[in-house]
Design a protein around this ligand. Structure first.
Ligand code: SAM
Length: 282
């Protein structure tokens, strides 16, 4: 039976509010699997199984696939699509409510790869949830709105560059592996998408206090039209004139803006804030 027949037979109704835009084309699904670099010894955590098309293909490659799905009306569809698979398992849960402990138990405390054609309405919280956790995430392969993919991979100084660019960079190296036009999805959304593969850094960044770095990045983009000095003075509650002098001594223009700085430069300033005890109450 084709996937369309299975959906029809189950009387499935697509829910726009859950970001249900499914991929059924086997060539596209195979390309996403290739981009994910999943192989037979891998544990995969899939977010949003949908009709199970990607789940099934991943399960044919990986050792195990654990897929979250919030919509229980997909049960008959997923049971049919995955009936012959003994490596795929669906958890009918809201991924944003699953604790690290629950995820560790499901993945048997082993490192795992995240693969998802993400529901658009939770893109940012979902990315942050995995890149800032202490879970042993090896990589993320995410189908996202093209615009978000461009923000994640943006360069300093560009209008797309933002706090999410740097948050992802702390975790790893993001690459856009392909663009998927809107007509690759059923139903078609009104934007194009891109697949982004984010591989975890082999050696973590060296920074004195990661929480201070994250706070500084938030400060850097808090008010885009303000200088970094102004934003640091407000967010860290320090004297503007002293921080102005310090930024100059560190080799930056006193008028520098958060969107002009690289991750390495943010690390340099964050370490300085720690050394000066400016960041004691973060
Ligand atoms: N993986 C399938 C595919 O590629 O065709 C479906 C992708 S569809 C874009 C996103 C799926 O995520 C939908 O099936 C939706 O019901 C599910 N979903 C939405 N919010 C979720 C949440 N908070 N937790 C788990 N699944 C969710």
């Amino acid at each position: 039976m084709s996937i369309f027949d299975i959906l029809k037979q189950s009387n499935f109704k697509f829910k726009k509010n859950l970001g249900q835009n499914f991929i059924t084309d086997k060539n596209i699904l195979a390309s996403i699997c290739a981009d994910s670099q999943v192989s037979k010894s891998d544990i995969v955590l899939e977010i949003g199984a949908g009709a199970g098309t990607l789940t099934l293909m991943l399960a044919q490659i990986a050792e195990r696939v654990i897929a979250f799905e919030i919509d229980e009306t997909l049960k008959p569809v997923l049971s049919e699509v995955l009936k012959d698979s003994n490596t795929a398992e669906i958890k009918y849960l809201n991924v944003l409510k699953a604790s690290d402990e629950e995820i560790s138990a499901l993945t048997e405390n082993r490192p795992f790869k995240v693969v998802a054609n993400l529901p658009y309405y939770i893109t940012a919280p979902l990315i942050m949830r995995f890149i800032e956790s202490t879970l042993p995430v090896q990589s993320l392969t995410l189908t996202l709105q093209k615009e978000v993919a461009e923000r994640i991979t943006a360069l300093p100084g560009s209008s797309e560059y933002g706090s999410i660019t740097l948050a992802v960079k702390i975790f790893g190296d993001p690459q856009i592996t392909r663009i998927l036009k809107r007509d690759c999805f059923i139903p078609s959304p009104n934007v194009d998408s891109a697949v982004v593969h984010i591989k975890k850094r082999t050696t973590p960044i060296i920074v004195k206090d990661i929480a201070v770095l994250r706070k500084l990045i938030r400060a850097g983009f808090a008010m885009r039209r303000k200088t970094l000095v102004n934003n640091i003075a407000t967010i860290f509650n320090v004297d503007k004139n002293s921080i102005k002098q310090d930024i100059g001594k560190l080799g930056f223009l006193q008028t520098v803006r958060g969107e002009d700085l690289s991750l390495e430069e943010y690390i340099k300033i964050a370490d300085f804030l720690v050394d000066m005890n400016y960041a004691t109450n973060h």
